[in-house]
Each structure stands twice: as C-alpha cells, then as structure tokens.
Design a protein around this ligand. Structure first.
Ligand SMILES: [Zn+2]
Length: 110
C-alpha cells in the first residue's frame, strides 16, 4: 500500500462511515434455499427437486447447531439485502480498523 498522508487516511475513514448501511438493517447469517418432496402419492414433485424454493435464514453460533428461521417469499428480497448489509458493515469496519491501526503505527492521533 503506497504511503498516504494521515490527513488522507482520516478523510477516507470519514467516507467509509458515510457508506455504512443503516445499522438497524443488518442480519447475520446466510439465506438458504430448500426444496421438499411432500411424499403425497401422485404429486408431481416426486419427479423434480420438490416443492419450493423455500427460504431460511441460517445463523451459526459457536458450539451450537445452526439456527434456521423460515423466510416468507415476500420478504426474501429485503432479508437478502439485510444480510448483504451485514457483510458491508463488517467490510467497512475492517477498513476503518486498518486505517486506525496505521495511525497507531505512526504514533498519530486516532
Ligand atoms: Zn408434492
């Protein structure tokens, strides 16, 4: 990384903050798609992947089985965006931390 002035780094940090998605609109986890065969005799789903897609938000916690929450089809787009927001927030936080670490190395005011 080419050396940038500390003023430039602080400016970049300010821009990153402005790009933060609204923090109330974040969801951690992944959206997964499931198809299910209903098992009813004669149902056409027996020949295909099954009924669906049905969506679930799957969230992992250390040392526990992942938690799955059903997501209504109508909410899929919004939930998907919120999951993307979470990743965006993490990315931005990481970049801000990198800037702060660089300022720390330079013994400059954070
Ligand atoms: Zn079926």
């Amino acid at each position: 990384m080419p050396r940038k002035s500390s003023a430039v780094l602080r400016q970049r940090r300010k821009l990153l903050l402005r790009k933060l998605p609204p923090l109330e609109s974040v969801l951690r986890g992944s959206l997964i798609e499931r198809y299910k065969r209903c098992g009813k005799p004669g149902c056409k789903c027996a020949d295909g992947p099954g009924h669906g897609p049905k969506y679930y938000l799957s969230v992992s916690y250390p040392g526990r089985a992942p938690q799955m929450d059903y997501v209504l089809q109508a909410d899929h787009a919004e939930i998907s965006e919120r999951v993307a927001n979470y990743h965006r927030v993490r990315e931005i936080l990481e970049q801000i931390c990198e800037i702060n670490r660089e300022l720390l190395r330079r013994r400059e005011a954070l």
